[in-house]
Design a protein around this ligand. Structure first.
Ligand SMILES: Cc1ncc(COP(=O)(O)O)c(C=O)c1O
Length: 378
């Protein structure tokens, strides 16, 4: 059985996994078996099954990203997890009077994360953008920007509009040197690039399942470095942040010992019941196989269209998406041709974005090659 047959694929040619990954068949089954059926059969008695399902989701994620299940906490999206984490840091409440109060983020990071940093200025943080002209993949960019006044760095593992990869291990080393907190956004890398959270040793990592993890919107998550958990005091809490959610004593609150202290009130279950099946599908296929397949297809396309590109793409420093810059004059024509051939893709200015997951094929690369080459010669 081919890996592609494990997914429901829309008609046509799907290159949009950087936006929404395709629905695995096992994810549909998992939603039914672990969420809907227990609810139908036993109403509120479904809770133990639902909670075990969320635990199983965290365990699969841990397997894929090389972390412990207990260091993950479900969230609805990245920005809310990032806000909760920043608010939980011991220094945050007195940050207004601190000298070390800068939050550093690259100008080309995803706006949602930038909005969080901006809003944090209300707490007294100072937002510093690394200019867009400084390449995110260059170690020097980060060496020049990180210093003793930087309280926290937010790095984006893979940038959504360029596909560029940031040197995470190097940034982690710099943050360690200057005693700065280090948070990483893995929205565009989880599920496509091999990730080892334990060896990264960041302070916190934020992701969601909507893109390459093929788990749909709603199944966000955060990973908290277990060496830091104990000192974190989330403000946004609820009974599922409690060490014993069922203690039910309004006068006694004790944080969960693990990352679940960030969980809050009555948890969402459906998105995680679905995404559990998605992450399990990727584990069955194997992260290395998915990555190798992406590289094979991306490399093939790049070799075939090298002379049509405005700027070359270095696959060594690239995530799963090829962000192809083309002359304005060619974009409209290429867009119409690809739409005619039922291709799913998107355009940002004069950059066209194409993503290759395990369900994409070499014939699709030939189709793209032909269309791009034809538009370039007109
Ligand atoms: C790099 C990156 N970060 C974050 C997000 C989303 O953030 P949030 O989950 O807060 O909507 C996206 C995409 O949609 C993204 O591409």
């Amino acid at each position: 059985m081919s890996a592609a047959s494990l997914f429901n694929l829309p008609e046509g040619h799907y290159f949009l996994s950087h936006s929404v990954g395709c629905l695995p068949k096992k994810a549909e089954t998992s939603l039914a078996e672990n969420f809907l059926t227990p609810w139908k059969m036993s109403g509120g008695d479904a809770w133990p099954i639902w909670l075990d399902t969320v635990d199983a989701f965290c365990a699969s994620l841990g397997q894929l990203l090389h972390g412990q299940a207990s260091d993950f906490c479900p969230q609805s999206n990245l920005s809310s997890g990032f806000t909760k984490w920043l608010m939980s840091l011991p220094e945050t409440q007195s940050i207004k009077t601190a000298t070390k109060r800068k939050i550093l983020i690259h100008q080309t990071a995803f706006p949602s994360m930038g909005f969080v940093c901006n809003a944090m200025q209300k707490m007294g943080f100072e937002l510093v953008f690394i200019p867009a002209s400084e390449p995110v993949s260059n170690k020097e960019t980060w060496e020049q920007a990180i210093n003793k006044d930087v309280f926290c760095v937010l790095a984006t593992h893979v940038h959504s509009n360029t596909g560029t990869v940031a040197p995470i291990e190097h940034i982690a080393m710099l943050c360690d040197k200057y005693n700065s907190y280090f948070a990483v956004d893995i929205a565009q890398s989880a599920g496509i690039l091999p990730i080892n959270l334990t060896s990264w040793n960041a302070d916190a990592v934020f992701g969601s399942c909507v893109k390459w993890l093929c788990g749909g919107p709603g199944a966000g998550f955060m990973w908290v470095n277990p060496q830091t958990t104990e000192m974190l005091s989330p403000i946004d809490v609820g009974w599922f942040s409690h060490q014993n959610p069922f203690e039910m004593d309004i006068n006694h609150f004790q944080y969960a010992q693990d990352a679940k202290r960030f969980w809050g009130g009555t948890p969402n279950v459906a998105p995680f019941a679905l995404a559990k099946g998605s992450v399990e599908t990727l584990l069955e296929i194997g992260q290395q196989n998915i990555f190798a397949h992406n590289r094979r297809l991306a490399n093939e396309l790049l070799i075939n269209i090298e002379d049509c590109l405005q700027a070359s793409i270095d696959l060594e420093n690239n995530g799963g998406t090829l962000c192809i810059e083309l002359p304005d004059a060619n974009i409209n024509m290429l867009e119409s041709e690809l739409q005619r051939q039922h291709c799913y893709f998107d355009v940002r200015g004069n950059v066209m974005r194409f993503s290759f997951h395990i369900y994409n094929t070499l014939p699709q690369i030939e189709l793209l090659t032909e269309a791009i080459r034809t538009s370039a010669t007109r």
